[in-house]
Design a protein around this ligand. Structure first.
Ligand code: BTN
Length: 232
């Protein structure tokens, strides 16, 4: 399993997408800074240099690619569990792939790729940054903002890499325990969310998550699944 680190790169996700043929499954690419960090829905991921974790993991293992609908939720649970061990309070997971502390975002996950060839899981975790000057849709927070402690980036990077690989491998053994963690820490539960149904945007109350990783909302007394696992 190869680990590649850049001082500066445009985007670790883009690097793996452009080079996936050359690398084996579980190749890990990280950077101190991304000049064109990508978020979901074509947003930008902003993170100060040397203060945060910015990394991507390549998945080419066919068996695991079959679980692509679970990969971003499992990744969110891995990060959630790690942050919990640090003693951060108010943690939750915002379906399908953000980790929150109260109403602030501490981690975002971007899944890209081409099924059945490969997947890239890109993770941005705010660690030691305390000033967030850019424009953010959701207020950001970081480990340092929550705990008032500076952490060693190399240490967390190694821990998270090992935790992610171990949690991905559990999926191959049909371990769905990550779903319980999401269900018990579901940021959206009970909230009204805008969903598109038959081409129309409506507000619907979130009531849970099914075994297929879909968000469940209530519309006209019916429970409707909202699909997850979309790949940009
Ligand atoms: C989101 O919440 O919108 C997803 C953010 C994902 C950011 C990470 S940082 C490492 C990897 N490389 C990128 O360009 N994006 C992801």
């Amino acid at each position: 399993m190869k680990k590649i680190h850049f001082d500066t790169i445009d985007s670790t996700n883009k690097y793996l997408k452009d080079n996936y043929e050359k690398f084996d499954s579980f190749t890990f690419v990280s950077a101190d800074y991304q000049s064109e960090g990508k978020g979901r829905e074509n947003r930008t991921w902003l993170a100060n240099k040397n203060e945060n974790l910015l990394f991507s993991v390549l998945i080419k293992d066919n068996q695991l690619i079959n679980y692509y609908k679970s990969i971003s939720l499992v990744s969110a649970v891995t990060i959630f569990n790690y942050l919990k061990t640090l003693g951060i309070k108010g943690l939750s997971i915002k379906w399908p792939n953000d980790v929150f502390v109260n109403d602030c975002k501490i981690c975002g996950i971007l899944l890209e790729g081409s099924i059945p060839n490969y997947l890239v899981v890109g993770i941005g975790l705010n660690v030691n940054q305390i000033e967030f000057d850019g424009k953010y849709r959701i207020e950001p927070t970081s480990i340092k903002k929550e705990l008032n402690k500076t952490l060693e980036l190399n240490d967390i990077r190694d821990i998270l890499y090992n935790d992610l690989i171990s949690d991905f491998n559990k999926l191959k053994n049909n371990d769905s325990s990550y779903l319980n963690i999401i269900r018990n820490n579901n940021y959206l539960l009970g909230k009204e969310k805008n969903v598109v149904l038959n081409g129309k945007e409506i507000k619907a109350k979130v009531v849970g998550i099914n075994d297929n990783n879909d968000l469940l909302v209530e519309i006209d007394n019916k429970i409707v699944p909202i699909f997850s696992g979309e790949i940009n």
